[in-house]
Design a protein around this ligand. Structure first.
Ligand code: COA
Length: 261
């Protein structure tokens, strides 16, 4: 049983909910280990085809728990490193899940909260969601989340928002690529996510997992002989896979592929 999160499976959708509303879902050691554990649980659950990362209360996630940062500052450097590595493990786990992930952002997201959103495949937020990379305000760094935030919004906006720690709106988050979609309120948030899920669930699960691995492998690589060969190898493998054959047969036979329904 978890103390700081909830997990549920609704049809083929796994939902992981940060459930520390009274602390605005601020991240501490327990939340880190529970989110990591919950994600791995949903990844291993064969009923689950896609995962929603959501939270209860007014805020999606108020970033690092200030008491946790205070405790970490007094740790030995070994303990401090272990702590930082546990957050790094959470971020890589989320980033590398084979199943598609959607962040459901209903309020403020600061620091590590922005990192969690950036590490999801898809992010949808309400108009009143607010964002900030507040770490430098506290004299610390958005270090562990930086690869994911950089990949989401690029170096130019990282330079502005990581250095200034300014709050920015959902409209700005949409403009710079952190959110894919913005909607007026929570009802529309669920509708928008249901619509995206509808599309996700029609697609080959193995193809989606391979697609995620493809994006990670090709991202940032020069378009040279080795990258081009890598892409050819990947399509060759998937075309001759059972799912690749089934998908093509289904289209040709004008029927649904066997992963639907
Ligand atoms: N760590 C620990 N506790 C936090 C927290 C955090 N990151 N964010 C909020 N809380 C706590 C507050 O200390 C307060 O506790 P209290 O009731 O014991 O005083 C409680 O949550 C409610 O917060 P409050 O600020 O009164 O709520 P609000 O609705 O006015 O504002 C936030 C909510 C999230 C906008 C605001 O709390 C905030 O800016 N938090 C800090 C975010 C931050 O700098 N995070 C660090 C990222 S590196």
């Amino acid at each position: 049983m978890y103390q700081s999160i909830l997990t549920e499976v609704d049809d083929s959708i796994g939902i992981l909910t940060l459930n520390k509303a009274e602390r605005h879902n601020a991240i501490d050691e327990l939340l880190i280990s529970e989110i990591t554990g919950g994600l791995l649980e949903l990844e291993a659950d064969t009923r689950v085809r896609a995962i929603v990362l959501s939270s209860t209360g007014k805020s999606f996630c108020a970033g690092a728990d200030l008491n946790w940062i205070k405790r970490a500052a007094n740790h030995t450097s070994q303990e401090n490193l272990r702590d930082a590595r546990s957050l790094a493990l959470l971020m890589t786990t989320l980033n590398e899940l084979s199943k598609p992930t959607i962040a459901r952002v209903q309020g403020p997201a600061y620091g590590g909260g922005v990192g969690l959103i950036a590490a999801c495949d898809i992010a949808v937020g309400t108009y009143d969601a607010q964002f900030a990379l507040t770490e430098v305000k506290l004299g610390i760094l958005p270090a562990v989340i930086s690869p994911y935030v950089l990949a989401a919004i690029g170096e130019r906006y990282c330079r502005r928002y990581m250095l200034s720690a300014e709050r920015f709106s959902a409209a700005e988050a949409y403009r710079i690529g952190l959110l894919h979609e913005i909607v007026p309120g929570e009802e529309q948030l669920d509708e928008a996510i249901a619509e995206i899920m509808d599309s996700l669930l029609k697609n080959g699960p193995n193809a989606q997992a391979e697609c995620k691995a493809l994006i990670r492998a090709v991202s940032g690589q020069p378009i040279d002989e080795s990258t081009v060969e890598e892409t050819a190898q990947r399509i060759t493998r998937i075309r001759s896979s059972p799912e690749g054959k089934e998908g093509l047969a289904a289209i040709l036979e004008k029927r649904k592929p066997n992963w639907i329904g």
